[in-house]
Design a protein around this ligand. Structure first.
Ligand code: HEM
Length: 428
């Protein structure tokens, strides 16, 4: 029995969820974890027919992400290749090289810890409070649905998406937020069939272009007129042109919607399924001072039980399960010789879960660091915002010092980012 438990790196519910999302990918991720457990099986970087090079080793993965000369996000195998086909070749400079460096330098302040907290408070405050009331009154809450609504609201706020002409009543409302979320999902689905190649068909390009036009329709006005305390206003003040701002907006949309919603629902389920919610509640009850046991002052969030769970949830769920790169120049990694034009898939999920099962109080894992957000120059721009989003949801769900249970759940089928499509929880 013990051997069986060790064979599976995460909960049965998480495995089922990965399988429902994409069976082939689930198989690859599990094979990656198995290969990690038996390093004697050979090089940590291997060639898989039909896929190319793969690795589930966190140190190798980070080395690839930090080696900007030998690997590229632009070539076949990287997301930049997809974007160039959809938005145009101007993206190439924005995604890598001097243009990317300039964009990242200018946008460094867009999602600091403090800005992220304010953004979440402004976009979600009332809606999260209303959801909290439902639980307090003994009702049932679909956390998966709520996560999509909240993330949709965030996107509407960030991109200044105006009220659609046919829409009446307050804006944004849940229905409008869900529509925006689903539009982002449709865009990501275009990338779903690119595991073999990142070259899109003309039909896929046309579909994606239509979606981008829909999502970014409000950007020109917002970029011109929005006050400096909004994202679009800040982009303008930072000296980003309209084209760069639109490109960045499309990126935020795709990078930050499904990933965040996935982590929110899955971390909630993991806390309940593993019983770790009790450990988190106990730690919250005990309270944490602002000083570590060594007497040293803590960094923001450090020692906070919820922040710790947010990090651990991101490690175990790793919503961006794989990161792709093209090989730009012949290079040797982990004893394997990769040739220019090859592609490599970094099995981030496998690399991260190998450190052990979900534990609410697991300390920072040095080996994986924050590989769920990537590494190197493309390290997730919205990391602080994502953490603030997940933390805000968890604090609301467990605000009454009472455990939750799952009443009903359903995993999304055939999606790029594995997620719960329904996760009904209650305190009773
Ligand atoms: C749990 C949620 C999230 C996860 C797991 C995640 C993960 C990642 C990963 C792995 C990358 C690197 C991709 C690569 O190297 O190919 C990335 C990049 C990026 N993410 Fe996130 N992300 C999340 C949320 C967000 C949010 C909320 C935003 C913004 C609102 C965001 C914006 C971006 C952007 C703009 C990039 C591209 C950065 C660059 O190329 O320089 N992400 N994200």
């Amino acid at each position: 029995m013990a051997a069986v438990i060790q064979t599976f790196p995460t909960t049965p519910h998480e495995l089922g969820l990965l399988y429902r999302a994409r069976p082939a990918m689930a198989g690859l991720l599990l094979a990656g974890t198995a290969a990690r457990s038996w390093p004697a099986m050979g090089s940590p970087v291997r060639k898989v027919p039909g896929i190319g090079w793969v690795t589930a080793d966190p140190v190798m993965a980070r080395a690839v992400l930090q080696d900007h000369r030998s690997f590229t996000i632009l070539g076949e195998g990287g997301v930049g290749d997809l974007w160039a086909q959809i938005l145009g070749d101007w993206v190439l400079d924005l995604f890598d090289g001097a243009g990317h460096h300039d964009l990242r330098s200018r946008t460094r302040e867009l999602f600091t810890e403090a800005v992220s907290r304010d953004l979440v408070h402004a976009a979600w405050g009332e809606r999260v409070a209303a959801a909290g009331e439902v639980l307090r009154a003994g009702g049932t809450l679909d956390v998966a649905h709520l996560a999509r609504v909240l993330v949709g609201r965030m996107v509407i706020g960030l991109l200044g998406i105006p009220r659609p002409a046919q829409h009446h009543g307050t804006w944004p409302d849940d229905e409008g937020a869900l529509q925006v979320f689903e539009t982002g999902e449709r865009l990501a689905t275009v990338a779903l069939n690119t595991a073999g190649s990142t070259t899109l068909t003309p039909d896929q390009v046309a579909t994606a272009q239509g979606i981008v036009a829909e999502l970014t329709a409000g950007i020109p006005d917002g970029w011109r007129d929005a006050p400096p305390d909004t994202l679009l206003g800040r982009c303008r003040e930072l000296g980003l042109g309209l084209t760069e701002t639109s490109g960045l907006a499309s990126l935020l949309m795709v990078a930050g919607t499904e990933t965040a919603a996935s982590a929110m629902g899955r971390t909630t389920a993991l806390l309940i399924d593993t019983g770790e919610q009790h450990r988190m509640l106990a730690a919250m009850r005990a309270g944490t001072g602002a000083v570590a046991s060594t007497g040293r002052l803590l960094n923001p969030g450090e020692g906070d039980p919820v922040e710790n769970v947010v990090r651990e949830g991101l490690r175990v769920t790793s919503p961006a399960s794989v990161i792709g790169r093209g090989v730009a120049a012949d290079v040797e990694v982990g004893g394997a010789r990769l040739r220019a034009g090859d592609r490599i898939m970094l099995l981030v999920w496998s690399a991260n879960v190998a450190a052990g099962p979900f534990r609410a109080d697991r300390p920072y894992v040095r080996e994986s660091r924050q590989l769920w957000f990537g590494a190197g120059r493309h390290l997730c721009l919205g990391a602080a915002l994502a953490r603030a989003e997940i933390g805000t949801l968890l604090r609301m769900l467990w605000s009454e010092d009472r455990p939750l249970r799952v009443i009903r759940r359903r995993a999304a089928r055939g999606v790029l980012i594995p997620a719960w499509s329904e996760l009904h929880v209650s305190r009773t």
